[in-house]
Design a binder for this molecule. Sequence first.
Ligand code: NAG
Ligand code: NAG
Ligand code: NAG
Ligand code: NAG
Length: 750
Amino acid sequence: KQLSADSVLQLKLFSALSADLLSTNRSSVFSGHHGQLSLTAVFLDEYRDRLFLGGKDVIYSLLLGPTTSESKEIYWPPLPGNREDCIQTGKEPQMECANFVRLLQPYNRTHVLACGTGAFQPMCAFINVGHRGEHVFTMDPTNVENGRGKVPHDPSLPFASTFNGGELYTGLTADFLGRDSVIFRSMGGRSTMRTETDQKLLHDPKFIAAHLIPDNDDRDNDKVYFFFTEKATEAGDREGAIHTRVGRVCANDVGGQRVLVNKWSTFIKARLVCSVPGPHGIDTHFNQLGEMHANLLHLHTHLPPLINVFQGFAVCVYRMADIREAFNGPFAHKEGPDYQWGVYEGRVPYPRPGVCPSKITNQPGREFGSTKDFPDSVLQFARNHPLMWRPVYPALRQPVLVKANIPYKLKQIVVDRVEAEDGQYDVMFIGTDVGTVLKVIALHSGNSLETEEVTLEELQIFKVPTPITSMDISVKRQALYVGSPAGVAQVKLHRCETYGNACAECCLARDPYCAWDGSLCARYLPNSKRRFRRQDIRHGNPMLQCMDQKLSEELDVTEHRMAYATENNSTFLECVPRSPQATLTWLVQRDDRKDEVKLDDRMMSTDQGLLIRHVVRQDEGLYICRSREHGFTQTLARLTLEVLQGETVDELMARDNPGLAWMPCNAYSRASTSSQSRTWFKDIMQLIGPSKLPHVEEYCERMWCNDKLRRKHKSMLEKYRQAQESARKARSKSSVERNRMPRDLRAREE
Ligand SMILES: *[C@@H]1O[C@H](CO)[C@@H](O)[C@H](O)[C@H]1NC(C)=O
Ligand SMILES: *[C@@H]1O[C@H](CO)[C@@H](O)[C@H](O)[C@H]1NC(C)=O
Ligand SMILES: *[C@@H]1O[C@H](CO)[C@@H](O)[C@H](O)[C@H]1NC(C)=O
Ligand SMILES: *[C@@H]1O[C@H](CO)[C@@H](O)[C@H](O)[C@H]1NC(C)=O
C-alpha cells in the first residue's frame, strides 16, 4: 500500500522537481531538432568545448558555452538501398533499419570518427569538426567506409570501444546474426586483430567498457582492458551463471607467426567479484541476482588508477594493483571435459602468457621483440588458459555502496574526485532507470570496515521516467552530462546555495563541493585564500562548526503557502528537506493549539511531504513541516490546508475557469514558465490528483494549444498576474499570524 501511494506521489512530483532544476538554471535539456532524440552515442570533447551526440540517422554537435549552446546537425541515414534490404530480411523498420550511431571517437586534430549500424550494414565516416574555437561540423557522405567490426549490426547489442594511437579497439558481436563475439583491433597501419572463435575465450559476452591503462612509463607495456559479463564455464553445475570479467590484451600484440596468425596472443581474463561477506563465510554475490546492469567507470587519468564496477544494487571499487596481481597469479585449468576446474600447477612457458614483448622479454639470449617471436608453446598455452584462477576482490573486500529493496534500477555511474577541507572524496553520480541521478558519498567511519552512505542529492533530471544511458563529467564546466532516450541534460555538479542560508544547513548538507564561507554556502575551493571555511563532511556536526554563527535566527525563515484538497480525496503537502538524511515531523495548528500530526494509514509521512488520503473537513488547519538532523530542528514549510466541497474536479475542468487559465499549455515541457506560475501549477496538481494528469494535458491541448486561443490565453495570463500581484500586496499587508486568506481573494485565486 505504502509503495503504490509513494509511486503515485513520485509521478506527481516529477514535473515539479524537474521544473525546479530548470528554474534554478541548474539544468538544461537538449532533445534534438525534431523532438525525440534517440540517443545512442555521446562524446564529450573537453578540449574543443563540444558535445557530440549520435542518434538515429543523426549526429549533433553542441557548442558548450556558459549560457547558450549552439547546435549543429548532420543527417546521416543508411546508404541507398540498405534500409530496404534490412526490411526485406524481416527486421523492424523503425527500431532496426536505420543508422544508429554507436561510436563517436576523436580521431585527429580536426576529425572525429563516427560509426553507425547503417540498417544492419555498419558504416563509418570522418566528421570534420574543425580546430578548437571554430564550430565546423561537416561530413562527406560519399566518403563512407565499411564499419564491420567497429560497431555491431544490431543497434540493441552491447558494445565497447576505445581509440588509441590511431587504432580502434572494440568488443562486440561482428556479424549479422549477432553470434560472433570478438575483441577487435582495426584501423591504423597494422593488420586487423581479433580473438579466435572459442567459448573458452569469450562466451556470450556483453561488453561494458574498454580502456587503455598503461602499466608504467614503458609504452611497450601498455594494455587495453575490456570489462564485460559472460557465461561462466568454470561455474560447473551452476548452469547459466554470469560472471563479471576484466580481460586485457597488449597494445603491441600482433599475433603469432604460425599459430594465432592475426589473433590475440596476449589475451587473458579474470573474474571481478562484488559481494558482501556473510555469516559462516558464505558471501552474497551480486552477479548472482539475475540480470544486472554492469557499468564501469574509469576515473580521470591523472588520478591513481581505480576502477568501479557497478552491478545492480552494489558499487564495488577495484584497485588496478589488485587486477594486475590476479593477472600475475596462477592460471585456471581444466584437464578435460569430466574434470573440475582447478589451479594450473604445471610449468608455465616463457614469456609468460599475458606479458607484452618489451625490454624485459627482449634481452640477449631471450629475444622476444614481438609476439611473432613467441614460441608456439607459449601461444598454445595462451589459447588454452585464458582465465586466471584467482578472482579480483574489491578494495576492502566489500562494496562501497549497497542499495537493496529500491523501486528503481541503477544504470550508470560516474565519479568525481573532490578536494575538501579534510581530504579527498569520491562523489558518485548514479543514474537510474527512472530519470533520476543520485549524488552519493560513502564514508568510512574510523578504522572500521563499515561504510556510511550519504545521499547528498537526488536530482530528477528528466520529467518522465526514462532510463539514463550515459553520464559524463566535465571537470572544466563543473557539469554532468546525462543522456537518456529523451535527450541530454547538462546539470551543474553542485548548487551550494540551495542548501540554505545558514552555516548549520550548509554543514548538515555534508556536500564536499560546498562550505560555509562566513556569509554563504558556496563552492569550496581548496587553494583559495579565504580563511573562513566551515565544512564537516564526516560528521555533519553544526554544533562544532557553526557555534559562533547565530544558529537559531537564521533557521526559521519559511514562507507560508496554501494547499487545497477535495473532500474524500487525497492531497499532498510538499515539504522536501534540504538533506536526504533529515527526518520530517509534522505539526498541525488549529485554534492556537499545536499538535504533532498522528500518522496512520490515512496520514502518511513520505520523504517529500505529507500524504493525506480521504480528506475530511476536520483536516483543515495550518500544517508545519519540520526537519530534524543531528539534533537540529528547523521549520521548512507552513501550509494552510483548505478543503473544498461539493465541486468535483470534473466540474472545475468543464468550466472555462479563469483560475486555471494561467496555466500555459506547455507547462509540462518547457522551462520558460515563471516560477510563480509553477508554484501555482503545483497547487493545482495537488488539487486535482495524479490520476487526472492526462485529463489536464488534454484540456490544455484543447483549450490553449492553438494560435487563436493562445492569444486569448495570453491576456488571461496577464489578468492572472495582476490578480496575483494584488493578492501579494494584500498578503504582505496582513499580519504574520494570519493563516487564512480573505474569502474574496481566495475566490479570485481559485
Ligand atoms: C537563468 O538564466 C537566465 C539566462 O541566463 C537568466 O535570465 C535567469 O535570471 C537565470 N535564473 C536564475 C534563477 O538564475
Ligand atoms: C584527420 O583525418 C582526416 C581523415 O583521414 C584527414 O582528412 C585530415 O586531413 C586529418 N587531419 C589532420 C590535421 O591530420
Ligand atoms: C477524487 O478525485 C478523483 C480524481 O481527481 C475523481 O475522479 C473523484 O471523483 C474524486 N472523488 C471524490 C469523492 O470527489
Ligand atoms: C464524502 O463522503 C461522505 C461519506 O461517505 C459523504 O457523506 C459526503 O457527501 C462526501 N462528500 C463529497 C464532496 O463527495
